[in-house]
Design a protein around this ligand. Structure first.
Ligand code: CO8
Length: 258
């Protein structure tokens, strides 16, 4: 497996865990971390032995944003040339389910990274926010676009325009996180949830994510057509035959992920 310096990658059954690992900078997303994370996620996406990817940080920080020290002296032309945006698009295009597990700070780009994932589990210690406005910039890797689609315009505007931080309970009330978990139970609940997802049929997981993603991009009619197509295509998979046979035979399915 590739050696990385700013992340750790582990496989546990069909679940891959990517842990952001720049403790000296509260996992700030510098260019190296971005490239390593995207490389790991796209490799795992192409690996049939993996059904779901967990992205997590440390107890203190999921990620405290893009690396301010790396960006501080850059000009507009330099930021354009650096292409910080393409790799994040690649991450957001991962076809398998991605679960963000957030403890501590998820700020700026860290919050935006969590929003690129499909499911967000938050420890009760988690804090979310877009502090960019206080730095004289704005979210740049999807924050304005994704938060608005979740919470609606006025709440999104308040978060983006003030930089106010919200705790896990408020994030759950606003529908930003899937679930808040007491810190002591975060690992167990993540393992259970990730395994429950990863052990499902891989073609069905990929189809389900494509249909959900489609809803963000299209109107209802086109979205219904996309869902119907994804649904229908699964009838040529071995797992659809196995899943439905297992139901009729009153047993658990034994998916081969084909
Ligand atoms: N970038 C670089 N270094 C950071 C960052 C960061 N975002 N966050 C923390 N660090 C470093 C600190 O500088 C410090 O290092 P040192 O000891 O060498 O000074 C170390 O991590 C520990 O941090 P603190 O001492 O500040 O820890 P505290 O517990 O006192 O505070 C906070 C924790 C509140 C999280 C605080 O560190 C903080 O406010 N961090 C910055 C948060 C922020 O503003 N994030 C937004 C950044 S901009 C952004 O994300 C834009 C996204 C779009 C990107 C587009 C492509 C590039």
């Amino acid at each position: 497996m590739t050696e990385y310096e700013t992340i750790r990658v582990e496989r546990r059954g069909r679940v891959a865990w990517i842990t952001l690992d720049r403790p000296e900078a509260l996992n700030a997303l510098n260019a190296q971390l971005m490239h390593e994370l995207v490389d790991a996620a796209t490799s795992l996406d192409a690996d049939d032995a993996i059904g779901a990817i967990v992205v997590t940080g440390s107890e203190k920080a999921f990620a405290a944003g893009a690396d301010i020290k790396e960006m501080a002296s850059k000009t507009t032309a330099e930021m354009r040339d650096a292409n910080h945006f393409g790799p994040w698009l690649e991450f957001a295009r991962v076809k398998k389910p991605v679960i963000a597990v957030v403890s501590g700070y998820a700020l700026g780009g860290g919050f935006e990274l969590a929003l690129m994932c499909d499911v967000i589990l938050a420890s009760d210690s988690a804090t979310f926010g877009f502090p960019e406005i206080g730095l004289g910039v704005i979210p740049g890797i999807g924050g304005t676009q994704r938060i608005l689609r979740i919470v609606g315009y006025p709440k999104a505007a308040e978060l983006v325009l003030t930089g106010r931080r919200i705790d896990a309970a408020e994030a759950e009330r606003q529908g930003i996180v899937s679930r808040v978990v007491p810190a002591a139970e975060l690992l167990t609940q993540t393992e259970e949830l990730a395994a429950a997802i990863a052990n499902k049929s891989l073609p069905a997981l990929v189809a389900a994510k494509a249909a959900l993603d489609g809803a963000l991009e299209t109107g209802l009619e086109a979205g219904l057509a996309l869902e119907a197509e994804q649904f229908t295509a699964l009838f040529d998979t071995a797992d659809q035959k196995e899943g439905m046979a297992a139901f009729r035979e009153k047993r658990e399915p034994d998916f081969t992920h084909r």
